[in-house]
Design a binder for this molecule. Structure first.
Ligand SMILES: [Zn+2]
Length: 234
């Protein structure tokens, strides 16, 4: 039970969020030999403006898109929690579910959405970011947070760092060089065909490139993804 199953665990609210937020970095990590595992929290069944698409079909389409994107990025495993879209809540049950994956996969670093974007921010992103932070500390760390997990051999684990994607600009304290993996990010995002449609589709690469350039301003590299990084030393 003490064997690590992932170097990085990525908790994404919907299929496609991790591709927007961190896929250039994920591609770089896997190419360096790091084991990255995705946990997709919701099934994305509200993510369409097409009234002719049935929700159960949309879920299947989005899982397929997520798996294709993960394959391009070199992600080791994709876990689908399949909670309904727009219905994630900060509950003891959801927190415990997240703790279980952290304890089982024992990642050194967890990547997820920053919960503290102000004003307009998808509620699922806010909830996932917050619940994951709580799950890391103190619930995954402390022995008696879940006595039943102890009985089952699901032992405590200390995560060393958290990287939050899409923070507000003043909160960015870590810029990850994605110069060599930017094209892979574009390819991975292109898998999410149900989400990326015209007019955004033809503008996407230009838009991503501009954002990545802005993010790398003042750095020795050209393109970056920005994070709020938290080191947990206690
Ligand atoms: Zn989302």
């Amino acid at each position: 039970m003490t064997r690590k199953k992932a170097d990085f665990l990525v908790f994404t609210p919907h299929p496609d969020d991790a591709e927007f937020g961190t896929s250039g970095t994920v591609a770089k990590l896997t190419r360096e030999g790091k084991k990255v595992v995705y946990v997709v929290c919701s099934n994305g069944d509200k993510g369409t403006d097409d009234i002719n698409v049935r929700q159960e079909d949309l879920v299947k389409i989005r899982e397929k898109e997520q798996i294709e994107a993960a394959k391009i990025l070199g992600v080791e495993e994709v876990i689908f929690l399949r909670h309904p879209d727009q219905a994630l809540e900060d509950t003891p049950e959801f927190r415990k579910e997240i703790v279980k994956y952290i304890r089982e996969y024992k990642p050194e670093i967890v990547i997820t959405a920053d919960p503290y974007r102000r004003y307009v921010w998808h509620r699922d992103h806010r909830i996932v970011g917050r619940v994951v932070l709580d799950a890391i500390f103190p619930y995954a760390r402390d022995v008696w947070s879940y006595p039943d997990f102890m009985e089952m051999g699901i032992l405590p684990h200390k995560v060393k760092e958290v990287w939050l994607w899409a923070p507000e600009d003043p909160d960015i304290n870590f810029r990850s060089d994605i110069t060599d993996t930017f094209e892979i990010k574009v390819q991975a995002l292109s898998c999410h065909k149900s989400q990326i449609k015209e007019p955004f589709k033809s503008e996407m690469e230009k838009w991503l490139c501009k954002r990545a350039k802005d993010m790398a301003e003042g750095e020795a590299f050209k393109l970056a993804e920005g994070f709020h990084r938290i080191e947990i030393w206690f």
